[in-house]
Design a protein around this ligand. Structure first.
Ligand SMILES: Cc1cn([C@H]2C[C@H](O)[C@@H](COP(=O)(O)OP(=O)(O)OP(=O)(O)O)O2)c(=O)[nH]c1=O
Length: 198
């Protein structure tokens, strides 16, 4: 007799496979309910306020589609005060990497979780130090297809790892979900971790 798959304990308001995989890595089974919200930054909105607002909006919209506690998250790359989202095409991706090449920038990821305690959230900032990236590397990197759906036009967990000298902060937050802070929010909302082990 085949075993039943574990029941979902959380609704994930996200289309990002990375967020689902990160939650699976700490044994949190989710039901996926992607939501579509307007991600345009507001006039003079700080990067921290921006990612927190989007994470809250995603969690709130997803929460309407499920009876489970619901998680929304948003990641932005910030350099010289500029918020870099996903590149619209090759030229914008090259502009982004030119800006990030040979220096440090910040990655901000906010996470929000609805549940019995209301809407709880956290925002994590990670500093990422990149080596110099040549024009030929930028062109070759775009051709791999990896940068297209990533904030800042790179994926630390992928081929772009060879550009990243070091980070200060949370690796999982750069990939899309800060697992330490997320686990704390889930516990506060009564979501069982490790299959209810605690
Ligand atoms: C900087 C960086 C970003 N990213 C990803 C994380 C996010 O998925 C994406 C930023 O876009 P987001 O708008 O945060 O998320 P998303 O559109 O992928 O998913 P959803 O809104 O449905 O939750 O960039 C990486 O995978 N690796 C990296 O190194």
């Amino acid at each position: 007799m085949s075993e039943r798959p574990p029941a979902a304990v959380l609704c994930l308001a996200s289309a990002s496979p990375r967020r689902r995989e990160l939650l699976a890595s700490i044994d949190v089974t989710v039901e996926v309910r992607p939501v579509d919200i307007d991600e345009t930054p507001r006039h003079e909105e700080s990067p921290g306020d921006y990612v927190l607002r989007l994470a809250r909006e995603k969690a709130t919209a997803g929460g309407r589609l499920s009876i489970l506690p619901t998680l929304g998250s948003d990641t932005a790359v910030v350099c010289d005060g500029r918020i870099l989202g996903k590149p619209a095409g090759r030229d914008e991706a090259a502009d982004m990497l030119r800006l990030l090449s040979g220096r440090a920038h910040e990655v901000l990821t906010a996470v929000a979780v609805t549940g019995p305690e209301g809407l709880l959230d956290a925002c994590v900032t990670t500093r990422v130090f990149m080596r110099d990236i040549s024009a030929a590397e930028m062109a070759a990197y775009w051709a791999t297809g990896e940068p297209a759906d990533k904030a800042g036009g790179y994926a630390i967990q992928g081929l772009a790892a060879i550009f990243v000298e070091r980070i200060e902060g949370s690796h999982s937050a750069v990939v899309g979900l800060p697992l330490f802070e997320t686990a704390q929010l889930l516990v506060r909302q009564g979501v069982p971790l490790w299959n209810g082990a605690f």
